[in-house]
Design a protein around this ligand. Structure first.
Ligand code: GDP
Length: 440
């Protein structure tokens, strides 16, 4: 995400490296580079210009601080301005109505339906709002079906009227049903078109007028850059939406949309969507996003995601086994599963400060675990529970069963043994208590 922009900003800051102090001249060159980087990331020129003018004024206005190098000072100024450009602080959904109606709008293919599923799952599991999804795209039977499938996956009910083409009526019926069933939130997924068109806008506007939603979320594909911003403007002029959802931020997006939308429509980005997994919906935090753009990582989001996916019961069980030096392949597989649930591995590593840049050209796919899992699956239950009984002959059989080379199986066993060795060491230390740590 935003790799190119991050690199370019980094180079701009390097121009100040070695400079003892901020001056008119060195600031001018750096600022020019920053502006170019923004424009190349698909930020509108006017916005980029205004941004860098502010950065320049701030930099020149700073007192010369001996403790901070000009490079560091510039990073700080740019970070603060990026945060500001993206809306300052995070904006939460207003869920105060009973039920709260949320209307989802956007172009076809922007990720509306996927987002509706993620949002429903989030409101169901995190906010306990008992949401109802409404299939409002009545023109494509596949769209209704898609929402039903999502609903089943996340165990959220989906309201449909496949024979009815009157979306306003469907929406009103759904809300009546939600009141009866005690749903806390009604999420209405609407039909999109490939481009902004009058009929689509009229339809969404009609639904809006009829149901008076508390939130209207405009969903937009961040990969479409400047187009995303223009589309946002068209939808906002017509619908006066309450927030933006940026999707496909996991892809090779240049970042322009994230940086320009708030400026253009003065509406907050409320969520970002990265990937198709329904259990990862990210609230948009301008501060954290700015840090990621500047390659500072986003450790807070990483920890939150880990907490979200963490199964405490499982963790306790595994900890007990580690304590008793009984960690086995079943535990290993459980742990792999938990890591995988946290999302795309490369994305996760990118949240660790300093790592994102180092690994950007390395191909790390989620398939990396597949070979290991295949080997574990190829073991018998006894072998999984008692790694010590795995003789060379068994290793061979397991490797063949997993379609792996014996050398890969041996390497995996070696790593596993090393890991267990480390766990044993840790247990020993724990028993003794660590002497003298941290005391001078
Ligand atoms: P809709 O037409 O607006 O309802 O869009 P869909 O939800 O059907 O999404 C269109 C396509 O984009 C589908 O293939 C989705 O799987 C994919 N998609 C949606 N959200 C994301 C995302 O955050 N990241 C990626 N990589 N793909 C997404």
């Amino acid at each position: 995400m935003f790799d190119n922009l991050s690199d370019r900003l980094d180079s701009a800051f390097k121009l100040l490296k070695g400079e003892g102090r901020i001056s008119e001249i060195n600031v001018a060159t750096t600022v020019k580079e920053i502006r170019r980087a923004l424009v190349d990331a698909d930020v509108n020129y006017k916005i980029a210009k205004e941004f860098t003018d502010k950065v320049k004024d701030k930099a020149l206005g700073e007192k010369v601080l001996t403790a901070v190098s000009p490079g560091q000072l510039m990073v700080k100024i740019v970070k603060d301005e990026l945060v500001e450009l993206m809306g300052g602080t995070e904006t939460e959904l207003d869920l105060s109505d009973k039920p709260t109606i949320i209307l989802i709008a956007g172009l076809q293919g922007s990720g509306k339906t996927t987002f509706s599923g993620k949002l429903a799952n989030y409101l169901n599991t995190k906010k306990h709002k008992k949401p109802l999804l409404v299939a409002g795209d009545v023109y494509r039977p596949a769209a209704i079906n898609q929402l039903q499938v999502l609903g089943e996956q996340i165990k959220v009910p989906v309201y449909t009227e496949p024979e009815n083409k009157d979306v306003v009526q469907i929406a009103l019926n759904a809300i009546a049903q939600a009141k009866k069933d005690g749903n806390g939130v009604v999420i209405i997924d609407t039909a999109g078109r490939l481009a902004v068109d009058e009929a689509m806008m009229t339809e969404v506007a009609n639904i809006k007028n009829a149901v008076n939603p508390r939130e209207i979320l405009f969903v937009v594909d961040s990969m479409t850059g400047q187009d995303a911003v223009n589309t946002a403007k068209a939808f906002n002029d017509r619908l006066d939406f309450t927030g933006v959802v940026l999707t496909k931020l996991d892809g090779d997006t240049r970042g322009g949309a994230a940086l320009s939308i708030q400026y253009t429509v003065t509406k907050p980005i409320k969520f970002v969507s990265m990937g198709e997994k329904l259990d990862t919906l990210d609230v948009f935090y301008p501060e954290r996003m700015a840090q990621r753009i500047l390659g500072m990582g986003d450790i807070i989001s990483l920890v939150e995601r880990a907490q979200d996916q963490f199964d405490e019961e499982e963790a306790k069980k595994i900890e007990k086994k580690i304590r008793a030096n009984k960690f086995d392949f079943d535990d290993f597989k459980t742990q792999l599963g938990q890591i995988k649930k946290m999302g795309n591995i490369k994305d996760l590593l990118g949240m660790i400060p300093g790592i994102g840049k180092a690994i950007k050209d390395i191909d790390i796919s989620d398939d990396a675990f597949k070979g290991i899992e295949a080997m574990i699956d190829s073991m018998t239950p006894q072998e999984r529970a008692n790694p010590d009984i795995i003789t060379p002959a068994r290793r061979k059989r397991i490797a063949v069963g997993a379609g792996k080379d014996i050398s890969e199986m041996n390497a995996f066993m070696k790593q596993f043994e090393q890991m267990r060795g480390m766990m044993k060491q840790m247990n020993k230390f724990k028993g003794m208590g660590m002497p003298g740590m941290g005391m001078p």
